[in-house]
Design a protein around this ligand. Structure first.
Ligand code: SF4
Length: 365
């Protein structure tokens, strides 16, 4: 597979790992957070930690959109589908995430709610056009990567005057999550592996504030060599003592990101005052709501959706897992009560979740 398989070459991977080992200083500690859940899965799938010297430690971060959505927002989505006779459209990742009382979108669907899995916002718009007598809402989640398609759906719905379409907007912002991690418990991080897909939208400049706070930052792609290269660049920054923002994903990521995508987001959405995250608590200016000019398409306003804070399931350590404070296997429920077939927390459900990665690729054994 062009642009993928050549970045999975085992001999090259071992070569980069040997360079990392040679350049790491004995007695120094190199602790790096991989912000993105996609990176966590690559690290687990290819066993990259096992290639690294003992003083290089990788910790999982909050960059999994499904994982950081709090229980209260899952409950609101279920309520939207069950109590308002709405056709609720959702990406597949959200379908099995447990809300209160282990209810999920897929269970609500089994009980009769009209919940449909879609691949894109265009599918949701199509369902709205095909069902003019029904209200259709799209459950929008994710970081800056998935925000532009939501923004485009808002523009299209407005242009078409689709009065039976709305969006339940839960989009969140990467720099706010990084800030919360650095402001929170001390993980003694030396650097962050930045998210490749998010950065394709926002560019690399928003990470400068973290370099100014002493963090080495390297934005990486999603193949094993991408990550090893990023780790080598981070090690070199730490050794030089000059933290800065670097781009190791130049084949896909222009350093300026995508101005057009940011424009359409800025037109259709605006900052929320407060937003609750799973694991990070309630953070100001950390998420987006639908802009006033588009409020006719705001499902929270159209259906007067209430929001209630709900605690995570008892003993579930998702809050610590998304902050890098615990490895998934340190959760007492991991693999015993909580498995992908019987998820207790969101981190075991999502294809970007840390617990799912460790379970799927056996990193806990
Ligand atoms: Fe939550 Fe399950 Fe992960 Fe434990 S193993 S932190 S219960 S998702």
């Amino acid at each position: 597979m062009k642009y993928a398989s050549e970045f999975r070459d085992g001999a090259l991977a071992r070569g980069i790992a040997a360079t990392i080992a040679a350049e790491c200083r004995s007695g120094a500690q190199y602790t790096f957070m991989e912000f993105c859940g996609g990176h966590t899965h690559t690290i687990a799938r290819y066993g990259l930690e096992e290639l690294l010297p003992g003083n290089v430690r990788l910790v999982h971060g909050p960059g999994c959109p499904v994982c950081v959505l709090p229980v209260g927002r899952v409950d609101s989505a279920i309520e939207l589908a069950r109590d308002h006779d709405v056709i609720l459209c959702s990406y597949g990742d959200m379908m099995r995430v447990p809300g209160s009382h282990r209810m999920s979108l897929i269970k609500a669907r089994a009980e009769g709610a009209d919940i449909r899995m879609v691949w894109s916002t265009l599918d949701a718009l199509k369902i709205a056009r095909q069902n003019p007598g029904r209200q259709v809402a799209f459950l929008a989640i994710g970081f800056e990567t998935t925000t532009p398609p939501t923004a485009m759906a808002l523009k299209m719905a407005k242009a078409e005057k689709l009065d039976n379409f709305s969006i339940f907007c839960n989009h969140v912002l990467t720099p706010a999550a990084m800030r919360a991690i650095l402001d929170g418990e001390s993980l003694a991080l030396q650097g962050i592996i930045g998210p490749g897909h998010v950065s394709a939208v926002i560019g690399i400049e928003p990470y400068q504030e973290f370099a100014d706070r002493g963090q080495a930052i390297v934005v990486a792609g999603f193949e094993p060599l991408d990550l090893l290269q990023a780790i080598l660049m981070l090690v070199r920054q730490v050794n030089e003592g000059v933290p800065r923002v670097e781009n190791a994903y130049v084949r896909a990521l222009p350093a300026i990101g995508n101005a057009k995508a940011r424009e359409v987001i800025a037109e259709t959405m605006t900052l929320r005052g407060d937003f609750e995250w799973r694991g990070l608590g309630t953070l100001p200016n950390s998420a987006l709501r639908i802009a006033d000019d588009y409020e006719a398409f705001d499902a929270e306003k159209r259906f007067a959706l209430p929001y209630r804070q709900v605690p995570d399931p008892k003993s579930c350590a998702c809050a610590e897992v998304v902050r890098g404070l615990k490895r998934p296997e340190e959760c007492v429920l991991f693999g015993k009560v909580c498995t992908p077939d019987n998820p207790i927390g969101s981190c075991m459900v999502s294809s970007e979740g840390g617990c799912a990665a460790h379970w799927l690729y056996g990193r806990h054994r």
